[in-house]
Design a protein around this ligand. Sequence first.
Ligand code: DAH
Length: 429
Amino acid sequence: MALSIAQFTFFTRAASSSFLHRTNARFNHFTFSTPFSTAAATCTRKKNGRLSVLSALELGGVKIARDDVVRDDPTNNVPDSIFSKLGMQLHKRNQHPIGILKNAIYEYFDASYSTKFDKFDDLCPLVSVKQNFDDVLVPADHISRSYNDTYYVDSGTVLRCHTSAHQAELLRDGHTHFLVTGDVYRRDSIDSTHYPVFHQMEGFRVFSPKEWEASALDGTSYAAEDLKKCLEGLARHIFGAVEMRWIDAYFPFTNPSFELEIYFQEKWMEVLGCGVTEQEILRNNGQHDSVAWAFGLGLERLAMVLFDIPDIRLFWTTDERFTSQFTKGKMGIKFKPFSKFPPCYKDMSFWINESFTENNLCEVVRGVAGDLAEEVQLIDNFTNKKGMTSHCYRIAYRSMERSLTDEEINELQRKVREQVETKLNVELR
Ligand code: DAH
């Protein structure tokens, strides 16, 4: 298993420079406030199997051309398959499990705080390295900053890898209670719970001194207590009367930090990460005497268990047999699989080189097979006497919608082999 961001100590997921880069300054104007447009960057597969991008993305009246995001240059690692996801905004679809869950969380906050929380769900996913990492105190040498884990548009601009990227700007704009929902992007492995695009919701609440001074508590304890009460209420609103526990955690942006787990379907499940915001973040963004709490949760991971969705790729299907099963405002619906098509397994072995990573392999596989790739699993790994290391991967191909033919799969596998050799510079065995 590759070292994915999911295994970092500070990032939860499905199942996150010092000055604005020039292109990024442009992107920063993309704080969409106009109504949702369904237009997304459209990719089609050409005869030669390559993706060709048909149109630029139009979001809230702002155009992002493919060339703004995907470029053949060493500072860019965004493939067309990712560009095609920009603007899909599953979280804005009221009949989609991701949108239904977002609305249920909104409902809880609106009812508990009489609509005091400002809601943002169309902030541009293109952000500066500063917003994504520096503003939330992610250390300079943190692994999440690597090109192996994050999609870079150029050396100063990324596709946000967490919604925490918006904390600082919203604080600077004077918001003290807010929820940010959005698509986030991480290079990752391929299996039923990992997808390079997923959705998060961030919550943030600032307290002024008079709020905790009236209590017997100091600001930090007051905020931590309020945070726990708020999130336990949220978990009950979403999951019903479940058992819960708090686990101490580490995030660069909060101290103390916690994770909330619930006992659901006979196991403990992590629901979210949260904590009391580091003073430095508040001070840097115009909040001098305050304390605050923050949380971040992955919507796919929760939607998968709530709606019984077995594979994360299903969220992206346009097959009516999936989309027609969900209803606006209804949380209790369980997905009924329309049929299970057989997987087909193909193995490939090669001698790896020093720069080989499993995320790079998965990017090649997704580039060729798209959502037909269900899983990429390392099944054998050895080093010979000369010190050369061989990896054998098993790729599972399966469509959510139809049976694949042998011919089709053989062709996919042929292309994967070819591209693994040329793009990753490894020696096939
Ligand atoms: N940004 C974290 C992630 O992507 C989630 C998170 C944890 C957000 C703690 C927060 C927080 O605001 O306080 O995994």
